[in-house]
Design a protein around this ligand. Structure first.
Ligand code: GRF
Length: 196
């Protein structure tokens, strides 16, 4: 049984769908939900789902990313995960941390990578006049939003879409894509998942 830790910063809607997917004959189970923000709404949701939670507030560490990540590692070592899922986790990780988890850490990013790495992806897709947009799950490597793609889901961009309307169309697809990719990844299969 693979042990999965999920890192969040906010509401944790992706975390909820991942946790809810890991039942029955699924080869993985959630062992920890870890937030960098003590006010993350996802912490209560995780506790309600019976998953252990922890908080490592990044703010006391200031610019000292290494010290923040050492505290993350302390929490993670206790949970001893086989797989880490970043799910709405809004901190940039150092190459040292990503190297330590290389091949075992996934992230969901709200764009059709390699397009629109970084922030404000929905606004950028609208700005560019793209007909399609979506989300990607990728392995996390040292370069931001850059690792091997493990899945993508596409949605249309409609005339007059605001970034919020487009984000609202993408989010349900994230909730379908990430659990599908995690299951395959936990089975040792890196064949990308494409939706629809
Ligand atoms: C989502 O837009 C997702 O694309 C990005 O973080 C946002 C919030 O995700 N990764 P969640 O609801 O906290 O899972």
């Amino acid at each position: 049984m693979k042990r999965v830790a999920i890192l969040i910063s906010g509401g944790g809607s992706n975390m909820v769908t991942l946790v809810q997917s890991m039942t029955g004959d699924h080869p993985a189970r959630p062992v920890l939900v870890l937030a960098n923000n003590p006010d993350a709404g996802g912490l209560q949701k995780a506790a309600d789902l019976g998953v252990d939670t922890a908080v490592v507030d990044h703010r006391p560490f200031g610019k000292d990313r290494a010290a923040f990540e050492a505290a993350l590692m302390q929490q993670l070592s206790a949970a001893n995960p086989d797989i880490i899922c970043l799910a709405g986790f809004m901190r940039i990780l150092t190459p040292e941390f990503t190297r330590a988890w290389q091949g075992r850490m996934l992230n969901i990013h709200p764009s059709l990578l390699p397009k629109y790495k970084g922030l404000h992806t929905h606004a950028r897709a609208i700005e560019a006049g793209d007909a399609e947009h979506g989300c990607s799950v990728h392995e996390v490597t040292a370069e931001l939003d850059d690792g091997p793609i493990l899945g993508q889901a596409r949605v249309p961009v409609l005339a007059g879409d605001t970034p919020d309307q487009l984000a609202a169309r993408v989010l349900p697809m994230e909730h379908k894509l990430y659990p599908a990719v995690l299951r395959r990844f936990a089975e040792g299969d890196r064949t990308p998942v494409y939706l629809p």
